[in-house]
Design a protein around this ligand. Structure first.
Ligand code: B3K
Ligand code: ZN
Length: 814
């Protein structure tokens, strides 16, 4: 177990590293030359699955001790040169960490601890040095970080930790463009993809240029090399990686055209291209001292990409989407056995901490801090951070200190957000008399936790729906009493507007008040939240459905005003959302049934109106912009009601000129249509996209959401699964486990997943550990499900497992 309290600064410095790669599919030779000085007489370097060929100190062979995970030798106190030769097998590297091959292309993934699978090195983020790299091989394309000196020879002038190292070699096509920075430097932009896929890079390139410009105008951050490269590969453990000057991407977040990418894909491409680019300052120029500080770069960079997308698209709609993701991913994580603070204090396997908590809750903590200290102090604090810590590996504490200094206030209470796991609950009650309203708030945290600062934007509405005023209050004690005066009539409160504090709220509101807020609140976020809260009351507390159904009709009427917003407002909480609301003793079958009853009732009442609107809402020629995407998503929301009421969506599906509409229609049919149409359209979709892996994944996901264990097993026997690919696997098995609760949460589902985890763990531990996260909610299941999950996990834990999977299963069972 690695502990934060055990952190020690390194006792040596690396002045420079020179790496030579003699590429070979099965036996690549890596020669690393390190120029070092050390304050200690022994030096221990990290390694993982390396074949050590030789070690030389100052030109002579040297005694050393090598273990499966380390290389130790004695070193002098004077500057020295260490030359280490290792041999690795990129073809056999199915873990996709270190140097591996994807469709014949050599590529790397070094974060968090992949560099030690390339050569022995102090593989920790606080060891920064400058890299030169020489690659020899017969591949026409030989890329690494920084600027190219000659073919296959690269120099990166910016000192960096090993996790940001990258190498790509292969035969790829390229799309080129340029960007002129704010100081007038011309940067070459290059996106590398498989030959023939160049036309699919236009949106990614456009997103990159907009990201570069936006970082200059919004944050004053300019790019710092002559070239910025993106390489798209088809085998990748996550979304993308921010290697200095050479980002490597999962190709599903690069390639797009209207026939093969949905609006959601376009938005993801834009957001992820931006995210990785923004890391150049928040992550690369300023990096983490140790992996406990991961949110220093990830929380901040998520915050930045959210702001970027808000500026590019609709801010309120982006906020609605971000909070929906926060709740479904992070609140769920925090409510189960994998709960951990934004800054963890210990880990057994760091790869398991690239979580919604570190990323998304981490971004919320920064967003809340901005509300607390105000826009000006926030901007000044960030400027100070960039100035003070440029070139350093630093900590969350020192990041927060920058804001404390400019705001001239302590942020100690706020910083507890980093330390204390769990979602705070705010209990709300009010008293009103003679024009005075008293608001009582109480924050409920875990046993032993101290109060956190909760910035709450509160709006006041008159009983006829007029906006009176808005105020931001901060609850930073367990209890708070806030007094508001001079009302003519008792106002209606709109609490936690824009989800300003990342909390759950317990405020027993009447159905009428929720319906009132759903139609009158001036804050879009809360307007939708009111609909959701109301729906959850109907679905979990037996509130009368009839007035909710009427409200839903009203929302449909209003929907052409702001299609993107109403598409969200008309989306009911998912089965997982409902389960989270219930919290304990969950019966997924009952949830499905209750939800379905409401869905059918809504369709019965409104399908006709929906149909009329559907046909008037024309979207025109495809454009990926937010307004057009909004119309398409509203059309799908309406189509769903129509299909439930028996409408045959085949024609919509067949005639669609873009994937959003085609796949949207298919999903409506798969979830709500009749069997014959479903089978017909699924077969068509399969035939159409069999040769396009990323689109075919959508077919697999739809299957995963509905299929029985047996059907998933059968599918896994198919040709697409002969060679393991993370995207394919997550699309079918990952989706089955995360989004098919009635089938997964059964003894057969649990046993199946555990068998699969054991099998896949041997191929790719990061994928098995990630998919194992699906068990995170098992403790809130009803019996005998809970017991069956426990037994399946216990049996799995008896096998020899990777560190990654073992860590997840151990915490799951604890
Ligand atoms: N920093 C990478 C994630 C690395 C995950 C390592 N297991 C991508 C990102 O957050 O931008
Ligand atoms: Zn990131």
């Amino acid at each position: 177990m690695i502990k934060l309290e055990d952190y020690k600064a390194p006792e040596f410095k690396i002045a420079s590293v020179h790496l030579e790669f003699a590429l070979d599919p099965e036996a690549t030779i890596v020669t690393s030359t390190l120029k070092m000085v050390s304050d200690s007489s022994t030096l221990t370097l990290d390694g993982d699955e390396l074949v050590l060929l030789s070690v030389e100190l100052n030109g002579k062979p040297v005694d050393h001790v090598v273990t499966p995970t380390s290389l130790t030798l004695n070193v002098p106190f004077t500057p020295f040169t260490l030359v280490i030769k290792t041999q690795i097998n990129p073809t056999a590297n199915t873990a996709l960490s270190g140097l591996y091959r994807s469709n014949g292309t050599y590529c790397t993934q070094c974060e968090a601890e992949g560099f030690r699978r390339i050569t022995f090195f102090p593989d920790r983020p606080d060891v920064l040095t400058t890299y030169t790299v020489k690659i020899t091989g017969k591949e026409p394309l030989l890329l690494s970080n920084g600027n190219q000196l000659e073919h296959g020879v690269w120099h990166d002038p910016h000192p960096k930790p090993s996790y940001l190292f990258a190498l790509v070699a292969g035969d790829l096509g390229v799309v080129k463009d340029t960007f002129t920075t704010m100081s007038g430097r011309v940067v070459a932009l290059e996106i590398y993809v498989e030959h023939g896929k160049e036309p699919l890079c236009a949106y990614a390139m456009d997103s990159l240029k907009r990201s570069m410009r936006w970082d200059e105008t919004a944050f004053g951050r300019e790019y710092d090399l002559d070239v910025f490269m993106i390489v798209a590969v088809s085998d990748f453990n996550m979304g993308a990686m921010e290697n200095k000057g050479l980002n490597i991407f999962n190709d599903k977040y690069v390639l797009a055209n209207p026939e093969t990418a949905t609006d959601a894909d376009y938005a993801n491409i834009e957001g992820i291209i931006a995210h990785e680019y923004f890391h150049n300052w928040t992550g690369n120029r300023i990096t983490c001292r140790d992996w406990f500080q991961l949110s220093l770069k990830e929380g901040l960079t998520v915050f930045r990409d959210q702001e970027f997308s808000s500026d590019m698209r609709s801010r309120p709609v982006k906020r609605i989407e971000d909070v929906r993701l926060l709740k479904s991913a992070q609140f769920a994580e925090d409510a189960g056995p994998l709960s951990h603070p934004v800054r963890p204090r210990q880990y057994a396997e760091i790869n398991n901490f690239y979580t919604a908590t570190v990323y998304n809750k981490g971004a919320e903590v920064i967003r809340m801090m901005k509300v607390l200290i105000g826009e000006k102090a926030f901007a000044d604090g960030l400027d100070l951070y960039f100035k003070r810590h440029d070139g350093q590996a630093t900590t969350i504490e020192l990041f927060v200190k920058c804001f404390e200094e400019v705001a001239e206030r302590s942020l100690d209470i706020h910083s507890r957000w980093y330390e204390q796991a769990g979602t705070p609950l705010v209990r709300v009650s009010t008293e009103y008399e003679g024009g005075v309203l008293i608001l009582h708030l109480e924050q409920v945290l875990r046993e032993g936790h101290l109060p956190q600062s909760l910035p709450l934007r509160v709006g006041f509405l008159s009983p006829n729906g007029e906006e009176l005023f808005e105020e931001t209050i901060t609850l930073d004690q367990f209890k708070g009493r806030f007094i508001f005066e001079d009302f003519k009539d008792e106002p209606i409160l709109s609490l936690n507007r824009g989800f300003s504090a990342a909390v759950n709220i317990d405020y027993g509101r009447s159905d009428q008040t929720l319906a009132f807020l759903a139609t009158h609140d001036s804050d879009d976020y809360n307007r939708r939240q009111a609909v959701e809260t109301y729906a959850l009351k109907v679905l979990t507390k037996g509130a009368d459905a009839a007035p909710f159904i009427a409200l839903y009709g009203k929302l449909i009427e209003e929907s052409p005003r702001d299609p993107a917003f109403y598409a969200h407002a008309l989306t009911l909480p998912s089965e997982e959302d409902i389960a989270r609301e219930i919290g304990a003793n969950i019966n997924p079958d009952a949830i499905k049934q209750t939800r379905n009853t409401l869905v059918v009732a809504l369709a019965k009442a409104h399908a006709e109106r929906a149909s009329a609107l559907f046909h008037t809402l024309q979207t025109g020629a495809f454009s990926p912009d937010a307004a057009s995407a909004g119309k398409r998503s509203l059309r799908i929301a309406l189509l769903r009601l129509m299909v439930i009421e028996g409408f045959d969506a085949s024609e919509i599906y067949m005639n669609a000129d873009n994937l959003t509409e085609r796949f949207g229609a298919l999903a409506c049919v798969v979830h709500h249509g009749n069997v014959a149409t479903r089978d017909k359209l699924m077969a068509d979709f399969q035939a159409r996209f069999e040769d396009n892996a990323n689109v075919f994944d959508k077919y697999l996901s739809l299957t995963g959401m509905k299929a029985s264990v047996l059907e998933v097993k059968t599918m896994l026997q198919g040709a697409v699964f002969t060679k393991f690919n993370p995207n394919r696997y997550r699309a079918l098995v990952g989706v089955f486990a995360m989004s098919n609760p009635t089938q997964f949460h059964t003894k057969a589902g649990y046993d199946f997943l555990c068998e699969e985890l054991l099998r896949v763990d041997k191929i790719n531990p990061q994928v098995s550990a990630r998919v194992a996260n699906a068990f995170r909610s098992y403790k809130s299941m009803e019996e005998p499900r809970k017991l069956a999950a426990h037994e399946a996990l216990l049996a799995l834990s008896k096998h020899e497992l990777s560190n990654d999977l073992k860590d997840i299963i151990t915490r799951m069972l604890a």
